[in-house]
Each structure stands twice: as C-alpha cells, then as structure tokens.
Design a protein around this ligand. Structure first.
Ligand SMILES: Cc1cc2nc3c(=O)[nH]c(=O)nc-3n(C[C@H](O)[C@H](O)[C@H](O)COP(=O)(O)OP(=O)(O)OC[C@H]3O[C@@H](n4cnc5c(N)ncnc54)[C@H](O)[C@@H]3O)c2cc1C
Length: 266
C-alpha cells in the first residue's frame, strides 16, 4: 500500500516531520492545474498534510466542478445539475488558494505558467491534472456534428450533459437513439454501458415506443460483462439493442452515422 510519505516523495515533495512540529522546512508553493477528482484531491491532501509548510494553489478554468460519474442520473432524468455540481469553497476553507483561469503555457525553466487572461503564476512544484480531451480526429464529420449539436458526447460533464438530456426529452415516442462506443481504451470502461441502461430505463418509462441502439466498436462489453449482458437481455429487452464489432467510420453532413456494414439515421 502507498503511504502518504511515499505519495509526497513521488510528487517531488518530502515530509519534514508532522504538520504541527515547529521549525519544519518550507515546502514552497505547489500549483495544481485542474480541479477535477485528481487535482482537487491532490490539492486537498497536500494542504491537509503539509499545513503551514506548503502553499497550495489550484488553477481551474471553471467556477465549479460537475461530476462525470453522477451525470448519468441527470441524463436519465433522475437528478438535476445542481445536485452534481460542487463549488470549491471546501478547499478554500482548508487553506487551498484558488485561481480561476485557463492555463495556456508552462515555462519549466522559469517555473511559471501563463493564463489566457495574461496573468502569470510562479511555482516551486507543479501538479498537472487536466484530465483528458475528446478526440474526434479518427472519425470524419464527427467534430462538425458535435459543433452543430446533432451529435452529443456528454463525456465531459456540464453543458454536454444538459444537451443530451434535452435531446432525450425532445425525442418523439417511437424515435431512435444511437449510442456509439469507441474502441478501448477510453475514459471509464463501464461508463457507456451504465449510461445505456439508464437511458433505456428512461425510454421505457417515458417513451415506451422509442429504441436505443448501442453500436460497440469492441468485440464485447468491456467491463462487468455478465452484469450488463444480463441487464440488456432482461431489464432492457425490447428497448435496448446491443451490437458488438460496430465501429463508427464517419458522420455525414445530414447526421447519418456510417458504420462498416450499415448507415444509421437516429
Ligand atoms: C459517464 C462517466 C461515468 C463515469 N463514472 C465513473 C465512476 O463511476 N467511477 C469512477 O471512478 N470514475 C468514473 N468516471 C471517470 C472519471 O470521471 C474520471 O476518471 C475522472 O473525472 C478523471 O479525473 P481527472 O481529475 O483526471 O480529470 P477531470 O475530472 O476531467 O478534471 C480535469 C479538470 O482540469 C480542468 N482543466 C483542464 N485543462 C485545463 C486548463 N488548461 N486550465 C485550467 N483548467 C483545466 C478541467 O476543467 C477539469 O475540471 C466516469 C466518467 C464518465 C465520462
């Protein structure tokens, strides 16, 4: 098991005794970029364990954090955005300073970073926790479909979460929802299957003639296989149709999704 001492050592810091011991060495200024699960947790525990010997600043572009894992509840109409949105006041109460802004450049030699609004921030140690981006390069037409709102990924919680929820609400009873799962590895292996189940449950309840078509680029369910296969076959039979080995190749300008063996208009 990793101890807190090993964790701090691995992050380039060293504990100089416990937080209350006088005469403790200064650990300097640690800047954490990204206020998601990773960055916020790092900032919290550095300050908690480092106490007065460390200054911790969290840089995050958004004013609040929207939880990705809980976003499926909102998409399926079982929760509201307010319930999955969390401010950073708790970190501030623990002594973590916060800067809201977009980091656009790092200068490791000068140990500074630049923000989009022109501010610069100096650091002794830097933790980068910006998460991952959504890659559209491999699928021609996908970026344009996302820009126009025809397609929604909802893979970063926030505006996309609401957009997908509204599209589901606007879906006519009898309409078809298409979900395309990319080849692994991708963020959160069970995420798409969990989302499929929640959307199917919503459709069954609110739009019983609608269908959810899940086309998976992978040869089989990527996580908790037996559980999801049972849910697809039992709880969601008739609403959810799952097809493996179906990789999205292209999105046409009219919104048609092109797979290797078929075109789907949802
Ligand atoms: C639908 C779904 C369900 C999931 N369910 C689960 C689950 O049940 N359990 C689980 O453990 N995980 C789950 N995950 C995965 C989990 O959400 C991620 O692993 C986690 O969010 C990663 O945390 P992170 O801090 O690395 O990145 P993020 O949470 O993406 O946070 C990165 C932060 O950095 C900020 N940032 C990025 N670039 C900059 C910049 N240049 N300047 C300033 N700020 C910046 C972003 O605004 C963001 O707030 C799920 C994911 C999805 C999409």
């Amino acid at each position: 098991m990793t101890t807190r001492r090993q964790l701090l050592a691995a992050s380039g810091l060293a504990l100089a005794g416990c937080a209350t011991r006088p005469g403790r060495a200064r650990l300097g200024h640690v800047v954490v970029v990204g206020g998601g699960f990773g960055g916020a947790t790092a900032a919290r525990y550095l300050k908690l364990w480092g106490g007065e010997s460390v200054d911790v600043t969290l840089v995050e572009r958004h004013a609040a954090f929207v939880s990705c894992p809980m976003s499926n509840l909102v998409i399926a109409g079982r929760g509201e955005m307010a319930g999955i949105t969390h401010g950073y006041d708790g970190l501030a109460r623990q002594g973590v300073k916060r800067v809201q802004g977009e980091v656009i450049a790092l200068d490791p030699a000068a140990r500074t970073l630049a923000l989009a609004d022109g501010r610069r921030l100096a650091w002794d140690r830097l933790i980068l926790a910006p998460g991952i981006g959504f890659m559209t390069d491999g699928v021609p037409g996908l970026a344009a479909a996302l820009d126009s709102g025809r397609a929604v990924h909802a893979w970063q919680a926030g505006a996309q979460t609401l957009l997908l929820r509204r599209q589901l609400q606007a879906l006519p009873d009898g309409g078809v929802v298409l979900m395309s799962i990319p080849k692994a590895p991708y963020r959160c292996p069970p995420g798409p299957y969990e989302r499929a189940c929640l959307i199917a449950a919503y459709l069954r309840q609110v739009k019983p003639r609608a269908k959810l078509l899940v086309l998976d680029a992978n040869p089989e369910v990527q996580s908790k296989k037996a559980l999801f296969e049972r849910a697809f076959a039992d709880a969601h039979a008739g609403v959810l149709e799952y097809r493996p080995n179906a990789e999205l190749q292209q999105v046409l300008p009219d919104g048609t999704a092109r797979f290797e063996f078929e075109d789907v208009r949802a």
